[in-house]
Design a protein around this ligand. Sequence first.
Ligand code: FES
Length: 57
Amino acid sequence: MVVCVCNALREKDVREAARTGAKSPARAYRSLGCQVKCGACIPFAHEIIRTERSAAC
Ligand code: FES
């Protein structure tokens, strides 16, 4: 599933970034070599990161 249309980021990319330490969408996107543009994806990306990080605990 595509999370961020602007950057063509998929859910698995954002999950992987969260698993390797990204604590926010901005940090996750940066680790993937992009940045937040329109911001429409932020709530979904935030939720993905939150669930991935809580699963790791
Ligand atoms: S959809 Fe992610 S920045 Fe626009």
